[in-house]
Design a protein around this ligand. Sequence first.
Ligand SMILES: [Mg+2]
Length: 248
Amino acid sequence: MNTVNNETMTQETKETQDSTHDSPAQIQPDFSWDEIDTVLLDMDGTLLDKYFDDHFWEEYVPKVFAEIHKLTPPEARKQLLARYKRVESTLQWCDLDYWSEQLGLDIPELKCKIDHLIQVHPYVIDFLKFLREIGKEVHLVTNAHSKTLEIKMRKTELGPWFDRIVCAEEMGEAKEQPIFWERLEEHLGYNKSRTLLADDTAKVLHSAREYGMGHLIFVAKPSSRIPVKYSDQYPAIVTFDELIKGRG
Ligand SMILES: [Mg+2]
């Protein structure tokens, strides 16, 4: 009897966890498009499905690395994740040349081999059309390396939707650093209080907030394979149709 109860409890607990995923409640975006002139959009996880990047770095690269070095895939994965961690939130992390050299692999070529996994999130095109219709300046602002950007723009054909495309390497800092935004403002010439930034990385939103960015939106479902997780600090969306409906 006890065993049954325990099993039932375990199952219920699991279901509860699966349905909430420890996510805070959604903070609804609350702004009018009249207050915005410029929109800055992150690429990976925000416009594009982060599943590609997660799969590439956590599964595909370890698999190739394991074959070359005669390791088991879990051993290779453990070694590589530790190496990734050391350069987290820096430009090195995004630098494909750095990883090609570090790992002795042709990283851009490997990315091209699984480029069928590069996907645009639902409603992104509708949102970009909407922004154009209401006359906003729209810039893509990414930590991604220029070679990654090239592969992804070729695959998705999103490039023409943007007024400008900026890779963090051009600013000499990753977006996680507040100085990045000072340099970006100088580079693009926007009014920060009338600018909206959407990004799926909380650390990036923290640095933009510290710098004084007017409007911040957290993207709560960066990967199609990972459950929604809202932020307890920022207004959030799951998909961009939430910023189109009833606005403008
Ligand atoms: Mg991102």
